[in-house]
Structure formats: C-alpha cells, structure tokens
Design a protein around this ligand. Sequence first.
Ligand code: NAD
Ligand code: UDP
Length: 400
Amino acid sequence: MAAAARLDLDGNPIKPMTICLIGAGGFIGSHLCEKLMAETPHTVLAVDVYNDKIKHLLDPPPPPPPADGGQQARNPWDGRIEFHRLNIKHDSRLEGLIKMSDVTINLAAICTPADYNTRPLDTIYSNFIDALPVVRYCSENNKRLIHFSTCEVYGKTLGSYLPKDHPLRKESEFYVLKEDASPCIFGSVEKQRWSYACAKQLIERLIYAEGAENGLEFTIVRPFNWIGPRMDFIPGIDGPSEGVPRVLACFSNNLLRREPLKLVDGGQSQRTFVYIKDAIEAVLLMIENPARANGHIFNVGNPNNEVTIKQLAEIMVQVYSKVSGEPPLEAATIDVSSKQFYGEGYDDSDKRIPDMTIINKQLGWNPKTSLWDLLDSTLAYQHRTYAEAVRMAMVKPVAS
Ligand code: NAD
Ligand code: UDP
C-alpha cells in the first residue's frame, strides 16, 4: 500500500524536493540530514568540507551480492543523499548544485565565539564574503534560499545599559528580542567579538534587499543556542587539543576529564537553550511551507529554558553524575576572566530571550523539551561517545 501523502500546514500535498544543503556536515546539518532521510521523501545534495558527522547516512559500500542471486540490500533512504566535498569559497560546482535544487539552505560558517576575536578576518570572510555567491546564485536562478543567521545579531539587550537595579530592566521591551522591532546593539570595533554578529547582520540585510529589489524568495533563521549530540568537538579527541568549542562541548570536556567547569567572568550571562531535535522540526516546517516562511526572519529558541551559565554548569554537573554514575567533584566550577579564557577583544551578550510571536503565527511551532531532559539525553550521548577515549588519552604516557 502506498504511504499517505505528506501535507503542508494548509493541507496541500508536499512534493518531493531537492535540497542543496551547504554545511551539511556540521552539527545542525547532520541533524537536518537525519530528519530529511527518516521522515521525508526529499533528496539532499550535502555540501561541506567534512562529512564525519553524516558518514552514517552516506551510501555505505555495497554489501556483497546475496549468494542466492536475490536483490542487493540498500539503505532505507535509497540514495537520496549525495555528498559533495567542496569549499564554497572557491568552487565552480556550487552554482550547478544550486541550479539543480528547489531550495538552498546555507549553514556554512565559522561560528565558535573563541574565533571571533582571535580570527576576526576568517570570521568576517566566512560569514559575509563566502555567503555572497550563494545569495547571488539563488537570486539569479530564481531559487529559494533559507539562510542561517544567529540570535547574536541582537547583540546586547537595551536593559544591559541601565543601572543594575533599574526597574525598566524588568520590562520585556528591555530584554525580549523581536525580529521586527529589536535593535542590534554591538560593542565597539575594538571588541572584535562582534565581528561575527556584524557580518551576519550585513548578510541578512543583503538577503533582505535581494528580496525587496530582485524578488529573491528567502527565509532567515536566527538560532538561539541550539544544543545536543554532535555539537562541536571534544578537544584532543575529535578536535584540536588547544581548540575552544561552544559552552556545551567545553563543559562536557571538563566533565569527561573530571576537572572544574570554567565560568567565564563568573558565568553571569544568561542564555536560553533549545534541544536540537525541537529546532530541526522548525526548520522542516520552513522547508515544507514556503508560502508561510518566505520573506520572514524567524527566531528559533526556547524562552522557557533560560539559565545563567553558572546555573547551566550546576545542572550539567548533576546530570553528568547521574548518567555516568560518578560522584561530582567537590569544587565543580572555577571562575576565569574572559581575557584569560578568550583573549583580548572578547565581549558577551548579556541575555537572550526569543520572542516567539512570528514563528508561532506563521508555522505554529513551539519547542517541547525541558533543559533537564535535553541535557540528560545529550550528556548520555557524550558519555557513551567519549568517556573511554578521554580515559585512554589521559593515561597515555607523555613521550620523554
Ligand atoms: P557547525 O560548525 O557545526 O557547522 C558548519 C558547517 O559548515 C561545518 O561542517 C563546516 O565544515 C561547514 N563549512 C564552513 N565553511 C565552509 C566552506 N567554506 N565550504 C563548505 N563548508 C563549510 O555549526 P552549526 O552549529 O551547525 O551552525 C550552522 C549555522 O547556524 C551557522 O551559520 C551558524 O552561524 C548558525 N548558528 C548556529 C547556532 C547554534 O546554536 N548551533 C547558533 C547561532 C547561529
Ligand atoms: N562560557 C563559559 N565557559 C566555557 C565556555 C563558554 O562560561 O567553558 C560562556 C561564554 O562566555 C558565554 C556562554 O558561556 O557567556 C555561551 O557561550 P557559547 O560559546 O556557547 O556561545 P554564545 O552563546 O556566546 O554564542
């Protein structure tokens, strides 16, 4: 019996699409590929310089033909994902892939804060210059574009400029971040932390202008701290020993090595964390509902999961102890200055609460997973994936 047709939010059947997914081998890309393979009939042209995080989805080497001459076994997604190892900085194959696709999704970026102030040129090139041909090819070939920006384009909240005990700090207009109303507030140019946010803001403005002047069909996504399995790397295991990933991987690394979690400037900044699997549902709704998603900028986050970074560390310590069966360290956290941790030119977003009005109205999307539950499954994954490798790395004798 044929499977029932998938319907969009307006009850229309969804036709199978070809999706050019740039940055498919990263954290978000790998989860999106999994979702598209498992739940949709769409085809993915997966573009990246790496593919380790999607190896499990790419065509495995063909198994030996069955002895009885019967049908060759195939993977369940039957060749609907094709990997193209290319660097979008300089590869003439990119336009061809965009032309072959119904929609292009651009995830490619340098997006780890430790790079923003230490490699500002690479950060600006990656987030602005390298994205330009993608926008141009979509515009010139009348192809739809879903571009990944960041919540960091909001920068700091209006409230952060008020005295600590000022009553206006409690008013939502001073901290809730709205796509169509909030200003973008960055620190001075010497604070190179903002090189990423500024490059992302300029590419957003360019895409918006392509929509206004040349009719580009676009959607811009502003992720608010999506976290889950396969995010970044564990230094010295599947990434450079000196590398500094985002906070989930930094704290996971500390927990795996049984060392105190480092709280930058006391861990007073606040973040809202959303489970990657919830967030991917929102992206799928955008892909499959172009009439509702085109021309919009969407916050995608979980306003109910707000914590200070210090609170995040405390919860991760408890959850890790539960999933690993190891007692927590007595002194589980330690304060470090941002200058020590990130170097000169670091600055921070104070608080990030996404307004959810637009995504609710257009796509009816809401996040589901609590912070405790998402950390429980994520840290179980980290423990399962890395504990043994970290243990082995820590007992290895140092070469004399
Ligand atoms: P990621 O680093 O895991 O993935 C990015 C992928 O892009 C990597 O696999 C990388 O190899 C690839 N890439 C980079 N430059 C490339 C190039 N020149 N050519 C080909 N491939 C290239 O990051 P992620 O967390 O999956 O983020 C994806 C997007 O979402 C980024 O644009 C990021 O700015 C945005 N974002 C993510 C979050 C989050 O919470 N994860 C928050 C804000 C914004
Ligand atoms: N942070 C921290 N310890 C770490 C890594 C990060 O205290 O080991 C802080 C960082 O200063 C920031 C927050 O955690 O306030 C979130 O950092 P992340 O790298 O995840 O990205 P951001 O949300 O700033 O884009």
